[in-house]
Design a protein around this ligand. Structure first.
Ligand SMILES: Nc1ncnc2c1ncn2[C@@H]1O[C@H](COP(=O)(O)OP(=O)(O)O)[C@@H](O)[C@H]1O
Ligand SMILES: [Mg+2]
Length: 364
């Protein structure tokens, strides 16, 4: 770990109602250039947290009023504090407490009485991990906005090119002849495809940045209305949608409509070769979340390549077979991540595909 002046900026909050026991911890940390604050009560610790966010918390288990487990849960449920690493202070061989500590969201534990080297090593490790996570997060945000600006900047010239081609084909139709006009048609088709990809990319970046407005969502209505809307654009198709009564969930209405649109447009796209497209929705309830499944009887895919499905621009079918940009599923994953859910797919070549997603029951 980088020693010396750089470490000065790190602040450790020790929460323990028996300060004499933590004297040694304070000494070791201060000698290693950490700033240390101490609180002897859970409530006071929360107030200290609000005033200034520490880089790491050392938390005793047994305290009057709010105990360590409860305090840890409160910290981990708060969006502002949840990324602060928490290390539990526990008496040795207390298996039960260690288990409960991890369950309440702590990252690690040290046993009392402290071993100075061990305490310092664990603190250093978690501070370093937190720094790396933060810099990864920032790098990711930078990539997202980079992706947005590229897509955004490409859009205007691309629109001009499409317009120019349109003028060319209108004004010079006779002069261009059959070969020329067929070339122009191809260019027009490609530029429409490129515009779709760019719009998809813009949507992907928007899902990363957009503020969320949580509201109750009636999934049955949402899925039915997206299905009807998609079918309006392809009235010649025969498709049936089968779904049970689904539970109400809490999420961002705009994002969830985009999610369902992407899922169902895939189901309809990859069943295009079927006389009768069959789409069914199922769900199961678990302790903390629901798992929803949207299944179709379409072209399916080879599970060997399933790891690539959710990556931007990755497609398992060729554009000749099915048109597409390969961004839809990445948008779905982004939307679900922002709702603390997760998406995955299963499928079998020529035997349909299932899109699964988990969604927290309590998303407040
Ligand atoms: N319902 C489905 N059935 C079969 N394959 C699917 C299905 N949904 C997605 N896929 C596969 O996942 C790939 C990525 O999907 P997506 O990101 O929506 O891109 P796109 O639909 O534009 O190709 C698709 O190209 C396709 O190979
Ligand atoms: Mg798609």
């Amino acid at each position: 770990m980088n020693r010396g002046s750089a470490i000065d900026k790190y602040e450790i909050l020790i929460v323990d109602d028996t300060p004499e026991q933590i004297e040694m911890a304070m000494l070791v940390l201060k000698n290693n250039n950490y700033k240390v604050r101490v609180s002897t009560k859970g409530e006071a610790a929360l107030k200290l947290l609000e005033r200034q966010k520490p880089d790491l918390i050392l938390l005793d288990i047994f305290m009057p009023e709010i105990d360590g487990f409860e305090l840890c849960r409160i910290i981990k449920q708060n969006d502002e504090f949840k990324n602060i690493p928490v290390i539990f202070l526990t008496s040795s061989d207390d298996e039960q407490s260690i288990k409960k500590g991890f369950e309440s969201g702590a990252q690690d534990y040290v046993t009392k009485p402290f071993n100075a080297t061990e305490l310092l090593a664990r603190v250093n490790t978690h501070i370093k991990l937190k720094e790396q996570t933060e810099s990864l997060y920032l790098a990711n945000r930078e990539l997202d906005s980079f992706c947005y600006s590229i897509a955004h900047d490409l859009k205007a010239p691309l629109l001009s090119i499409s317009k120019l081609i349109e003028y060319l084909s209108l004004d010079y139709y006779d002069k261009l002849g059959d070969d020329g006009n067929s070339l122009i048609k191809n260019i027009q088709k490609k530029s429409t495809e490129l515009t779709a990809i760019i719009n998809h990319l813009l949507e992907f970046s928007r899902m990363c940045e957009m503020d969320m407005k949580l509201e109750p969502i009636n999934l049955n209505n949402l899925i039915q209305s997206v299905f009807d809307e998609l079918m309006l654009a392809q009235p010649e198709r025969t498709a049936v949608l089968d779904m049970p009564r689904l539970p109400e969930i809490t999420g961002d209405g705009i994002m969830l409509r985009i999610l369902v649109t992407n899922i169902l447009s895939n189901s309809l796209k990859y069943t295009a070769g079927r006389q009768r497209a069959e789409i069914s929705v199922e769900y199961t309830g678990h302790q903390y979340d629901y798992i929803f499944c949207i299944r179709d009887n379409g072209a399916g895919f080879d599970m060997k390549y399933s790891a690539r499905l959710f990556q931007v621009f990755q497609r398992l079918h060729s554009s000749k077979e099915f048109e597409g940009s390969g961004v839809g599923l990445s948008i779905c994953q982004k939307i679900l991540k922002r709702h603390k859910g997760k998406a995955w797919m299963t499928g079998e070549t020529d035997n349909g595909a299932s899109f699964y997603f988990s969604f927290p029951k309590n998303n407040k």
